[in-house]
Ligand binder design. Sequence first.
Ligand SMILES: Nc1ncnc2c1ncn2[C@@H]1O[C@H](COP(=O)(O)OP(=O)(O)OP(=O)(O)O)[C@@H](O)[C@H]1O
Ligand SMILES: [Mg+2]
Length: 231
Amino acid sequence: MGPHIRSDENDWHGLEIVSRGANRLCARDPQDPAHCLKFELPPGERTQVGLRQRMRRWLGRHVPRFGENRTELRAYRRLRARLAERTDGYLAACHGLVATRHGTALRCDCVLLADGSPARSLYRHLFEGPRLPAAKLCAAVDAFEAWLLENGIPLFDLNAGNFVVVPRGDALALVCIDAKSVLSGKEILPFSRWSRRLMQRKIQRRAQRLRQRIADASAGPVELAGRPPSH
Ligand SMILES: Nc1ncnc2c1ncn2[C@@H]1O[C@H](COP(=O)(O)OP(=O)(O)OP(=O)(O)O)[C@@H](O)[C@H]1O
Ligand SMILES: [Mg+2]
């Protein structure tokens, strides 16, 4: 990371922020509006997380290969190698690590709306708005779940911050912008007896939990929805 300079809501070292996650900051790529740059945040700028994630962060700090950007890139490449164009429309492409004035970043396709602005995460739609119809969002979860099951993809981190929402015809679709969970659990604790059936059940449970969160968040006004942690 480069020297830390004060940052405000929309600007970080002069870069336009797309959004902040628990561990990384996503900014528009000043050289290409179709791309974004993800930076791993220094420890002091990250959100508070539970023990499991703290261990993961410790590992990322001490073993470069386990940093969030390297893990996401490896996960994306592995999925792309297996699925080729079947990732299109479901997974934002990662292009590689790039050196910038502000430190190393992961360059990805920025998922954009028709007007050229970045698509908002499902999390923001639920807890900040603008509100979208819960039935359409749940249908988008169904479609994503079906894609995971059809292709046997062990993506379990189905939290609302890892998806952005885009219109697709009359429907809505979810695009995953963070596939690192395909690897992050497994590389530390390999599930030697991991079966396809167990994997499917876990995906179904996580998708159901996400639909439930959509239903809960949609039951009240945005201001009263509160802001539960993004995981
Ligand atoms: N490719 C992308 N296109 C559009 N927006 C993106 C993209 N990648 C990230 N974002 C935005 O940045 C936010 C944080 O991204 P990301 O999940 O990669 O960070 P993170 O710190 O790894 O998150 P966490 O550790 O909380 O899962 C997303 O919720 C999304 O709004
Ligand atoms: Mg994420």
